[in-house]
Design a protein around this ligand. Structure first.
Ligand code: SF4
Ligand code: SF4
Length: 245
């Protein structure tokens, strides 16, 4: 297709944090999160009007004027119809937002021979799901508590070697589980159960920060100044950050 000089979106990848807000703001479907960054799906889908600009929290977006393929409204309509059909399929209906945690990725695992054999389990209680553990569980008293997003337990290979020893773990998913119930449960734990420490392990994807939000709300409700140590785990299985919140 011939190119013309026109206005079009430009994305500064160094500023983009992959939050996906621009994706949902773009009615033309011109943006997608690919490899954790916002990208232009096709020049012909971008009308250059900049509806996404105000949504970007990091200033990664701007409208520039350059040679680009012409905006094609009909192509946009067909593309959106295709996307709608795909998203309404029973297999993809859960994937309808632009959140990077929905992004399908293939990873390169370590070879089998390089994975240490016979790693012992460091788990010292059961159950482990937040929903199934009552605040009255005896193992919570004086515990070093590790509250862990579900995906961490499979993404972080050293969980049993480094995070779990001597901790009592509670796992759950801030994206799919009932946040209000978790706020209430942790508020009760923080208020009534003596704890040695609270650590939180979440994935790097933005939706997983919901777990920190839940715990912060619970901390406020319990009126306790409990510091959390937060481990952020990358999808490749490494600890990306350790922070105290
Ligand atoms: S809104 Fe901004 S930071 Fe978020 S994905 Fe889009 S460009 Fe990146
Ligand atoms: S919120 Fe966290 S635990 Fe839930 S799906 Fe996303 S990455 Fe996994």
């Amino acid at each position: 297709m011939a190119k013309i000089r026109r206005k079009i979106i430009e994305i500064d990848e160094t500023l983009c944090n992959g939050c996906g807000k621009c994706v949902t703001a773009c009615a033309e479907g011109a943006l997608a999160i690919i490899d954790g960054k916002a990208r232009l799906v096709s020049e012909i889908y971008c009308d250059g009007l900049g509806a996404c600009l105000g949504e970007c929290p990091t200033g990664a977006l701007k409208i520039v004027e350059r040679e680009a393929e012409e905006f094609d409204e009909q192509a946009v309509e067909e593309y959106l119809k295709r996307m709608k059909a795909e998203l309404s399929s029973p297999f993809t209906s859960q994937l309808a937002c632009g959140c990077p945690s929905h992004q399908l990725r293939e990873l390169e695992p370590e070879s089998r021979s390089s994975i240490e054999a016979n790693i012992p389990s460091a788990l010292s209680h059961w159950p482990v799901q937040i929903r199934l553990i009552p605040p009255s569980a005896p193992f919570l008293r004086e515990a070093k508590l590790l509250i862990c997003a579900d995906c961490v337990s499979v993404a972080y290979p050293k969980l049993h070697l480094e995070l779990l020893p001597e901790r009592k773990i509670m796992i759950g998913c801030p994206k799919f589980d009932p946040a209000e119930l978790y706020v209430e449960k942790f508020a009760e734990i923080f208020e009534k159960v003596p704890l040695q420490s609270v650590e939180v392990a979440i994935m790097e994807v933005p939706c997983c920060k919901g777990l920190v939000y839940i715990l912060n709300e619970a901390r406020k409700l319990a009126k306790k100044e409990i510091p959390f140590k937060i481990y952020t785990i990358g999808v490749k299985g490494e600890i990306l950050r350790e922070e105290v919140f």
